[in-house]
Design a protein around this ligand. Structure first.
Ligand SMILES: NC(=O)c1ccc[n+]([C@@H]2O[C@H](COP(=O)([O-])OP(=O)(O)OC[C@H]3O[C@@H](n4cnc5c(N)ncnc54)[C@H](OP(=O)(O)O)[C@@H]3O)[C@@H](O)[C@H]2O)c1
Length: 282
C-alpha cells in the first residue's frame, strides 16, 4: 500500500493507515454524477488519501458501486472501510450483508468492516459474524461506529470484543464532547477514532474564528477544521468531497500545524468539554 506522504495512525494490530481518508456519503445517488464522483475518489488516492469509507446504507449500495469504479485496477493502494446496517447485524444477516457489499465493491476483501450503529441484535452475534468473515478472508478487521464509552465497555466485556479496531464517530470543532471521556478511553487502548463529518458537512465554514485562523495560515476554513481534528493522537478524518479543488485543499490539512495561539483562538470559539457529554451522531 502506498500513502504518498500522508501521516499515518496505527490500528491496534500496528498496521498504519493514513490520518486523512475520504468519505462517500451521498455519492452514488445520481447516476449522472457517477463518473465525477469516482474521479474525485481517484484524485484523492493520487494525493495519498488512500483510506476510503463507505457503507451499504449510502445510496442503498450506490456509494459502494462508485467506490468499485474508483478503485478498479488499484485495489492494493486502498484501505477500504464499509459498514453493516444494525438491522442486518444478526449473525447470518451480517454474513449476507458483507457478501452483497463485496459484490458491489467488486473486490474480495474489505479491510475494515464496521457496525454502523448499535441496533437490536445482540453484539455477541455481530462479533461472531465478524470473526467468521475474518476467518473466511472476507474482511481483515472489524470495528464499530457511533459507540459511546459505555457501549465500548459493554463490547469489551464480550468474548472477542476487545479485537475492535476502530470507533467511527461524529467529531469536529462544533462537536467536541468526545474529547472528555470517549477519546481518551480509545487512545488509552490504541483504538483509533475515525472522525466523520469532520467539517460538519460544511455548516461551520463561515464561523469568524475559523475564517480568522484560515487567513492567518493562508488557507481555507475547511483546511483549518481538518487540521484541528487530525492534530489529536489516534484520530483519522474522512471528509467527503466530489470537487477536485476541495480534495486538493483537504489534502493540505495534513501539512498544516496549528500554532498554540491559533489553537487558543479555536478553543475560545469552540470550547472543549469540561464534563462527560453523551456522544452526538448524525
Ligand atoms: N458512521 C456514521 O454514522 C457516519 C455518519 C456521517 C458520515 N459518515 C462518513 O463520514 C464521511 C464525511 O462526513 P460527511 O460527508 O457527513 O461530512 P463532511 O465530510 O464534514 O462534509 C462534506 C460536505 O462538505 C463539502 N466539502 C468538502 N470539502 C470541502 C472544502 N474543502 N471546502 C468546502 N466544502 C467542502 C462537500 O461538498 P463537495 O463534495 O462539493 O466538496 C460536502 O458537501 C461521510 O461521507 C461518510 O463516509 C459516517
Amino acid at each position: 500500500m502506498k500513502h504518498e506522504d500522508v501521516r499515518t495512525a496505527a490500528l491496534p494490530s500496528g498496521e498504519q493507515v493514513p490520518v486523512l481518508g475520504q468519505g462517500t456519503w451521498f455519492m452514488g445517488e445520481d447516476r449522472r454524477q457517477f463518473q465525477k464522483e469516482a474521479n474525485a475518489l481517484r484524485l484523492g488516492l493520487d494525493l495519498g488519501m488512500t483510506l476510503i469509507d463507505t457503507a451499504e446504507m449510502y445510496a442503498n449500495g450506490g456509494a459502494e458501486e462508485v467506490v468499485a469504479e474508483a478503485i478498479d485496477g488499484r485495489r492494493d493502494e486502498v484501505f477500504l472501510v464499509s459498514k453493516v446496517l444494525p438491522s442486518n447485524a444478526s449473525h447470518r444477516g451480517t454474513l449476507l450483508a458483507c457478501e452483497r457489499s463485496l459484490k458491489r465493491l467488486k473486490c474480495e476483501t474489505i479491510d475494515l468492516y464496521l457496525l454502523h450503529w448499535r441496533g437490536g441484535h445482540p453484539l455477541a452475534q455481530t462479533i461472531a459474524a465478524f470473526e467468521d468473515l475474518i476467518r473466511a478472508g472476507k474482511i481483515r478487521y472489524w470495528g464499530v461506529s457511533n459507540f459511546d464509552t459505555d457501549d465500548l465497555e459493554e463490547l469489551e466485556a464480550i468474548d472477542g470484543g476487545n479485537a475492535v479496531a476502530t470507533n467511527q464517530v461524529l467529531y469536529n470543532l462544533t462537536r467536541r464532547g468526545l474529547e472528555y471521556g470517549l477519546l481518551p478511553w480509545c487512545q488509552s487502548r490504541n483504538i483509533p477514532v475515525m472522525a466523520y463529518s469532520p467539517i460538519e458537512q460544511g455548516r461551520m465554514l463561515a464561523h469568524p474564528a475559523l475564517i480568522r485562523v484560515a487567513r492567518e495560515c493562508g488557507t481555507t476554513p475547511a483546511v483549518v477544521a481538518l487540521a484541528f481534528v487530525i492534530s489529536h493522537d489516534g484520530v483519522i478524518a474522512i471528509p467527503k468531497s466530489s470537487a477536485p479543488q476541495h480534495i486538493r485543499e483537504n489534502r493540505s490539512a495534513v501539512d498544516l500545524q496549528l500554532t498554540p495561539g491559533q489553537l487558543a483562538i479555536l478553543d475560545e470559539a469552540f470550547p472543549a468539554p469540561r464534563r462527560k457529554r453523551p456522544l452526538e451522531m448524525l
